[in-house]
Each structure stands twice: as structure tokens, then as C-alpha cells.
Design a protein around this ligand. Structure first.
Ligand code: HEC
Length: 110
């Protein structure tokens, strides 16, 4: 009896975590992929135009700080002249979704 409750609770947890990961993937596909690419390489038409970095590159990953990544996703990225390179998504995503997106970007590292 106890065992089956534990098992059911465990399965529910796994289900929830997977749903969460899927939501992050969906968000990436919908809003980020066109520049950063499906695999974070930025090897897309838009990505080349706005010159995104290759997030599979360990060196690039090492240069990025989690706080800056969160800030970039919230507020966007501008060039030195103040022109928008990436828009901010503070209105679109809650803090925990943004953290999940940061983890998603981190996972591109080869
Ligand atoms: C219009 C193109 C475009 C879209 C769409 C876009 N980005 Fe970006 N992003 C950029 C550019 C340009 C940079 C700056 C260069 C770089 O770091 O590759 C950047 C930088 C970043 C960075 C690195 C910030 C740092 O610490 O230097 C992260 C993380 C990021 N984007 C995540 C996302 C996520 C998540 C989405 C979708 C919600 C997204 N981007 C959508 C163009 C885009």
C-alpha cells in the first residue's frame, strides 16, 4: 500500500519535471531558436545577421555568467550604439522560466 503511494507520487514528480522541461523546450523553439538555433549554435539566417555566439563552445559558456544571462533574457541585448540585438522577455516569462531557459542554454555546452 505504502509502496504504491510512493510509486504514484514518484511518477507524478517525474511527469511534472518532464512537463517543465518540455515547456522550456517549447519556449526555446518558439522564441529563441530563430536566432540561437535549435542546438544553440546560432547557425541560422537571423543568428548570423545579429552575430550570436556559439553556445556549444565551452569557451563561450565560460565567458557567460548566470546573472548576465538572466539579465539578457529579461532586458534583452543592445549593441554599443543602443540598437537592439535581442529583445527582452521580462513580460513573457516568469523568473523560474527564465532560470530554466538559462539551464537550457547551459546544456548546449559540448
Ligand atoms: C533576434 C535574435 C535573438 C532572439 C530571438 C533571441 N536572442 Fe538571445 N541573443 C541574441 C544576441 C545577438 C545575443 C548577444 C550575442 C551572444 O551572446 O550570442 C544574445 C544573447 C543571449 C544570451 C547570452 C547573454 C550573455 O550572458 O552574454 C542568452 C542567455 C540568450 N541570448 C538567451 C536567449 C533566449 C532564452 C531567447 C528566447 C527567449 C533568446 N535569447 C532569443 C539574439 C537573439
Amino acid at each position: 500500500m505504502k509502496k504504491s503511494i510512493l510509486l504514484a507520487a514518484g511518477m507524478l514528480l517525474v511527469g511534472l519535471t518532464m512537463a517543465h522541461a518540455d515547456a522550456t523546450k517549447d519556449a526555446w523553439e518558439a522564441n529563441c531558436r530563430k536566432c540561437h538555433g535549435p542546438d544553440g549554435k546560432g547557425d541560422t539566417k537571423m543568428g548570423k545577421k545579429v552575430e550570436v555566439r556559439d553556445y556549444t563552445d565551452a569557451k563561450v559558456q565560460a565567458e557567460m555568467k548566470d546573472e548576465e544571462m538572466i539579465k539578457a533574457i529579461k532586458e534583452g541585448v543592445k549593441d554599443k550604439a543602443g540598437k537592439e540585438r535581442m529583445k527582452g522577455y521580462a513580460e513573457t516569462y516568469k523568473d523560474d522560466q527564465i532560470k530554466a531557459l538559462v539551464a537550457y542554454v547551459r546544456a548546449f555546452k559540448k
